[in-house]
Design a protein around this ligand. Structure first.
Ligand SMILES: Cc1ncc(COP(=O)(O)O)c(C=O)c1O
Length: 431
């Protein structure tokens, strides 16, 4: 359905020729350049961005200060391996000062998966135990360790045997509660069930629990208030590490700098990625000295982790977020966007649920509100029609039926009006 220009068609042909199908599943668009919350493809067609790449471009695409920082650094120094650099040290200091006071040490890595993998290794070394509890619907990356902890069947399927010692428990996906209960009347039954699941399954070697503040890949599933604090208390009571995967929820995405602020969480290990570099490849594991001192010198390193280029980029991201007040903007413009999405929910019966915070929302499409039967084909159709009309959007979710709304934090109310207008037109046609 999407009408592609000639250059796009030519490049998509090259993609089919040289790239495997497993890489290609997005709408058929070849990006050329982007600025702020807008994108242009290789044929000059314009799009409003609801993807931020994949929740990466928090400060907006091609921000001039980020571009300058990267260019300046590239002409000075690109790699030192583990030798410290002023950029890496300034970034470490900035992260330690900006995160909760008990976190005082940072290890830099290159991707979210690598950092999540490092958090698993740390938990095992620190506790001397090997079992890690994670959640149905969870996603922590595609390398083998995090993949083994994923609760998304299609991520794990056909890759077994996976890393041993994983215990999966239900996440509070309230719209589709696995226990058919409703919050707050449920009294967070899922937490009691978690305790029982672990009691039954654990061989007595529990090291950690790993959780996302909201589940991204599962369809932007947000836990009810009190769940994460309750989980943290449970982890403390078990004497295990509480690992919080903020790879996609940090750097202002939820209308706070860190999603942990919504409930005052104090994780033992906090993992950051995506928005930290807003395009510069960097991830970070943040923890306490008393935990990470269990590792020997040189035991946690990475060829490109904390390289000067990425560090300079991440420092620029901090500057931009502060100077432009992007966390406040994400909260304010996010509330404006949410009100508009909820109005669409009132208008279209195919929208079963709208959920989110700040500038991250999931719109869950269903065939029928009463049965909640997922509508993945409709979601695919809506995505393609939106892209055709100039709204860059994707879908995700355990059932492939959730429209992903995660624009760069610089999106303006004017662009919000225009983009929601496009979705409105498309939904009107799909009734
Ligand atoms: C919550 C979460 N953790 C980890 C990752 C893995 O990050 P990366 O793709 O940078 O390896 C992702 C990526 O989508 C994510 O959403």
């Amino acid at each position: 359905m999407t009408t592609s220009g000639p250059k796009t068609q030519e490049l998509l042909e090259a993609s089919r020729k040289y790239e495997p199908d497993c890489m290609n599943w997005q709408a058929p668009v070849v990006w050329d350049h982007a600025a702020g919350a807008e994108i242009w493809d290789v044929d000059g067609k314009h799009y409003i961005d609801w993807t931020s790449g994949v929740l990466v471009a928090n400060v907006g695409h091609a921000h001039p200060l980020l571009a300058q920082a990267l260019a300046g650094q590239a002409s000075r120094l690109l790699n030192t391996f583990d030798f410290p650099t002023p950029e890496r040290l300034r970034l470490a200091e900035r992260i330690v000062k900006a995160t909760p006071a008990h976190l005082d040490k940072v290890v830099f890595l290159t991707t979210g998966s690598e950092a999540m993998d490092a958090s698993m290794r740390l938990a095992k070394r620190y506790t001397g135990k090997y079992e890690i509890v994670s959640f149905w619907g969870g996603f922590h990356g595609r390398t083998f360790g995090p993949m083994s902890l994923s609760g998304i069947p299609k991520i794990r399927r056909s890759y077994g045997p996976l890393v041993p010692g994983t215990i999966l428990a239900p996440y509070p996906y309230c719209y589709r509660c696995p226990f058919d209960r409703a919050h707050p009347g449920c009294d967070l039954f899922c937490l009691k069930f978690l305790d029982e699941t672990v009691r039954v399954q654990s061989s007595g070697s529990l090291a950690a629990v790993m959780v996302e503040p909201y589940q991204g890949t599962a369809g932007f599933v947000f836990p009810p208030p009190g769940y994460l604090k309750g989980l943290e208390a449970w982890a403390k009571a078990q004497g295990i590490l509480f690992i919080l995967d903020e790879v996609q929820s940090s750097f202002g995405r939820t209308g706070k700098m860190w999603a942990l602020e919504h409930e005052g969480l104090e994780p033992d290990v906090l993992v950051l990625g995506k928005g930290i570099g807003s395009g510069a490849p960097v991830a970070a594991l943040v923890t306490r000295s008393s935990i990470i001192s269990c590792l020997e010198r040189g035991e946690m390193s990475s060829t490109l982790g904390g390289n000067p280029l990425s560090s300079a980029g991440a420092l620029a991201v901090f500057d931009i977020i502060e100077k432009e007040g992007l966390v406040g903007k994400a909260a304010k413009n996010g509330a404006y966007l949410k009100a508009k999405l909820l109005a669409l929910k009132d208008k279209y019966k195919r929208i079963g649920d709208v959920r989110g915070l700040g500038l991250v929302y999931g719109i869950e499409l269903v065939l029928d509100r009463a049965t909640k039967a997922p509508a993945p084909d409709l979601a695919r159709d809506v995505v393609l029609r939106c892209v055709d009309r100039g709204l860059m959007v994707g879908k995700l979710g355990l059932h492939g039926n959730v429209i992903r709304v995660a624009p760069p934090l610089v999106i303006t109310p004017g662009l919000i009006d225009r983009s929601v207008g496009i979705l409105d037109e498309v939904l009107a046609e799909s009734r």
